[in-house]
Design a binder for this molecule. Sequence first.
Ligand code: BEZ
Length: 254
Amino acid sequence: MSGRTWNAELYDTRHSFVAAYGGDLLELLAARPGERVLDAGCGTGEHAARLREAGAEVVGVDASPEMIDRARDRFPGLDLRVADLRSLGSDGSGGLGGFDAVLSNAVLHWIPEADRAAASLAAVLRPGGRLVAEFGGAGNIATIDAGARAVRAEQGLPDVPSPWYYPDPQEYTEVLERAGFEVAEARLFDRPTRLEGEDGLAQWLRMFAAHLSGGAGDEEAFRAAVADRVRADLYRDGAWWADYRRLRVTAVRR
Ligand code: BEZ
């Protein structure tokens, strides 16, 4: 997770789908016993714990101290560190390096400095080490974002910059190649994501998109207005569905 402040408990209780959806990344990574694996952006530690169960020697890093604190509470004994994904191995993260594999789920879209992040991931992998990553790709949450911006305009609020980086496969392949990776797959796909509860969209906006309601006098009313606006597109079968589009990449460090 990026360097903003995170409510780690809300993340686990209302947004556990983040780790659940990332589960098949673990299969793709197929960590073998004894392999050294870095979970880059480990959040509250779910995947790092599963990698440990698989016999890997795991280190989990996250930019958010709140996430790392919660991960330490949930999974005692895991090697968990606060670290900036843009400068792994070269900051206070304890000399990370020589990993056989890096896993990264739902994090890289929080880092607009994509070249720095890719170079940093490459730097901690041994030659031949693999990267398996998934994050928001081109068009991710376009309906939510457009809906919130339309409500901002209606309410006379200024537009706000996006904190997110949503590349398409070609663009991100080039990022990885510049960082010294050989890309085996870069695939963009829709993954509508169910948000629990009648207030699911409002909770999602509260957790992940505070910038979109920034400056609104009554943020709760703002979120309700966004929900009204996007309901026809994103509410079906009695549930909210966020319009997630994932970019999944597998690559090998040259
Ligand atoms: C995502 O996982 O795609 C995502 C999560 C929070 C905010 C934006 C995107």
